[in-house]
Design a protein around this ligand. Structure first.
Ligand SMILES: Nc1nc2c(ncn2[C@@H]2O[C@H](COP(=O)(O)OP(=O)(O)OP(=O)(O)O)[C@@H](O)[C@H]2O)c(=O)[nH]1
Ligand SMILES: [Mg+2]
Length: 690
């Protein structure tokens, strides 16, 4: 009997075994005859040439299988932090997750980052402790670590014999083959009941009555309910390579994770988490259906946020069934569809109604950037077009052209991503591109309150508006806020219709201005208040009499006033700081420490156990790559370093400036020259009498 659909994500730190586990699950479900191998480049989900060459996952991929009446759409995600944007997009479409932890490496930095995101999003999660066949594997100790560092609400679903050997085997807690009540109840019943009783009075009563006699199936239902509510997390254990413990995990997927809900007869609501381009350049969108039904030839509206600005007709639909994508006429709530025909569609778009919790980022944005130059100058336009296409699949690379130096810039998470982009340009577009040095993307924080205004009809103000802004610093990490502190008599409602529209428009003008602060960086951690506003009308009182003001007056005056206020507030340029963890042979410490000092890395914790030492601390993002490159020669190739973005801190030493790409409101004359030459009142302003 069909239980339903489960959209399942496999998440982990790089190399924990996600892709290998995916192969093993496909094999156990009978979808493939032989499990493929990452090392031989024969897996279903690492299908890109680059993935096969490098042995790492770069893009999320979907496969499907059926287990115990549940149709599972599995999304295998990359673990490398340079590709965290792929995980981000997958997270927004999942019903449940298997978080893989290597029994050898244990909890790793990305494990923690992913776990925090899963908790914030309240996604039901099972753990899978992998690689028990490898030398150095730990299980009991790792359970203790998970309880201490991730969550105490875990339930071990098996025990291991022969740990750390090829013959390692798993004794499942739920009996050898099926959830037969008696076995289950006897094996883990009392311990399970004890954990579940924390949140369930019926379980508590049964436990107090006779803990040995609790029916196993009943308890299993209770467990599934608490997994769904993310109150508990079963821990499975095994080896993706040998297959040990994977049967039990399969039962957990089918029995414990919640299936997708959503009504097929309600209006369509779906989210696009992956885009592929075919050989002729046509786009295929992978969309998770939250509600409604889409049929071939339906016309759909899609886009970002509330502005669903595009429309398109679906020309083909396929859904994932055991192993392959199959053509269908319709796709309904709960399923993942591949949709063809929506030419303008972009990754991250929503189709139809906005799903719950849309648009919140879960991970930090890229903190590095680089300029890209075509080796052959004649390829410049082609390079821009190719990068723009790549940005459809990964908007966070944020392709932009600097007007002054005429260079193309990209945002990046790290060097591996840079190499992948370079290789993709060569392989898919036949383009040879050079990358300049990677530099950090800084931000500017206002240091004190600053205010400024421009008055209607005053000398030197060519715009038909009065505007006054105040900028107040806000705590680090809070971003920018906007507050409207004027009444409706100060607002040209004949243009903006109502106060909400006016506030939204002003907030947008302010946000555009704050993209480039005094040193050219994004301004953040402040609140901007509009404290004064006025407009002119032909029949108004003398102070405000004149030609009718239009939206352009407000749009073009805003940058001038906001930048004046920002100058008075002053800003401090802050650089991205990573937290790093470095494990190395203890006898290399004396050569590592001076190098760390030179790269402005500050080790805070240093522990030594046996012949190994661990250093943890902060390092400017700009220095991460340099440090990473020096570690192998300094540690005889044995050192391992991991790092992830932590926060922004005022930069020490020389303040980097970023070239402006706007009309430069910092320089009043230059700004007025540029924007008034194009016409103050050039676009869209409703003029009296035409
Ligand atoms: N011994 C052993 N090796 C494993 C196991 N699972 C995976 N590996 C090996 O670990 C390496 C990484 O495996 P992958 O499946 O690519 O790991 P991943 O988590 O998908 O890696 P990324 O997608 O790049 O983050 C490969 O060499 C696998 O053969 C396991 O259970 N036991
Ligand atoms: Mg992988």
């Amino acid at each position: 009997m069909l239980r339903g659909m489960l959209n399942l994500g496999i998440l982990a730190h790089v190399d924990a075994g996600k892709t290998t586990l995916t192969e093993r699950l496909l094999y156990c479900a009978g979808v493939v005859d032989e499990p493929g191998s990452v090392d031989e480049g024969t897996t279903q989900t690492d299908s890109l040439e680059l993935e096969r060459q490098r042995g790492i996952t770069i893009k999320s991929a979907v496969v499907s299988f059926t287990v115990g009446g549940t149709v599972v759409n599995l999304i295998d995600t990359p673990g490398h932090p340079d590709f965290v944007a792929e995980v981000e997009r997958a997270l927004s479409v999942l019903d449940g997750v298997v978080l893989v932890i290597s029994a050898v490496e244990g909890i790793q930095p990305q494990t923690l980052i992913l776990w925090r995101a899963l908790q914030r999003l309240r996604i039901p999660t099972l753990f899978f402790v992998n690689k028990i066949d490898r030398r150095g594997a730990a299980y009991e100790r790792l359970l203790g670590d998970i309880a201490a560092r991730l969550t105490p609400a875990i339930i071990p679903m098996g025990s291991v014999s022969g740990l750390g050997t090829r013959a390692a085997a798993v004794i499942p807690a739920d009996g050898a083959d099926q959830h037969t009540g008696q076995d289950w109840g006897q094996a883990v019943g009392p311990r399970l009941a004890e954990v579940l009783a924390d949140h369930d009075d019926a379980v508590l009563a049964a436990y107090l009555d006779d803990k040995a006699a609790i029916p196993g199936d009943w308890l299993l239902g209770k467990l599934a309910a608490q997994v769904k509510d993310t109150l508990v997390h079963p821990v499975y254990v095994g080896s993706a390579i040998t297959g040990a413990g994977v049967d039990a995990l399969m039962r957990g997927l089918a029995g414990l994770l919640p299936v997708a809900d959503g009504h097929a007869d309600r209006p369509v609501s779906a989210r696009v988490f992956k885009i592929e381009r075919g050989s002729a350049g046509e786009r295929t969108a992978y969309a998770r259906m939250f509600s409604g039904t889409i049929t071939v030839r339906d016309r759909l509206r899609f886009g970002r946020g509330s502005s669903h600005s595009h429309e398109g007709k679906v020309t083909a639909i396929s859904v994932f069934t055991d192993g392959t994508a199959e053509r269908r006429d319709t796709v309904r709530a709960g399923q993942i569809a591949r949709l063809s025909g929506l030419t303008e569609i972009q990754i991250g778009d929503t189709i139809g109604a906005e799903p719950d919790g849309a648009g919140r980022p879960y991970f930090a944005p890229p903190t590095l950037e680089t300029a890209v130059v075509a080796r052959d100058p004649r390829d410049k336009a082609r390079l821009h077009a190719a990068l723009t296409q790549l940005a459809e699949q990964d908007p966070l690379i944020n392709v932009r052209q600097d007007d002054i130096r005429q260079e193309i810039y990209l945002s990046l998470y790290g060097e591996v991503q840079k190499q992948v982009i370079e290789a993709t340009l060569a392989a898919e577009y036949g383009l040879e591109a050079g990358f300049r040095e990677t530099t950090p993307i800084c931000v500017e924080r206002p240091v004190r309150t600053g205010a400024a205004e421009e008055i209607l009809h005053a000398q030197g103000n060519p715009f038909l508006a009065t505007l006054g802004f105040r900028i107040d610093p806000a705590p680090p990490g809070t971003g920018t806020g906007f507050a409207l502190q004027v009444g409706h008599q100060a607002v040209p409602l004949y243009v903006y219709k109502n106060m909400e529209n006016f506030a939204a428009a002003m907030e947008r003008y302010v946000a555009e201005t704050l993209r480039q602060g005094l040193s050219g960086w994004q301004v953040t951690d402040c609140t901007v208040s509009l404290v004064r506003s006025q407009y002119s009308v032909p029949d108004g009182p003398p102070a405000t009499r004149g030609p009718l003001s239009g939206p352009q007056d407000f749009r073009k005056l805003t940058p001038l006033v906001v930048m004046d206020a920002l100058k008075r507030a002053g800003t401090v340029v802050c650089e991205p700081i990573h937290h790093f963890r470095l494990e190395a042979p203890a006898d290399t410490l004396s050569v590592l420490l001076p190098v760390l000092a030179k790269l402005h890395a500050v080790p805070e914790v240093s522990a030594t156990s046996g012949s190994w030492c661990t250093l943890e601390g902060d390092i400017p993002a700009a220095q991460v790559h340099g440090l990473r490159q020096q570690i192998p020669p300094l540690t005889r190739g044995e050192g391992i370093m991991e790092s992830s973005f932590d926060r922004y801190e005022p930069i020490r030493g020389q303040i980097p400036t970023r070239p402006r790409s706007d009309d430069n409101p910092l320089n009043r004359d230059e700004y007025l020259h540029r924007v008034t030459r194009r016409g103050v009142r050039d676009r869209g302003a409703p003029q009296p009498g035409g």
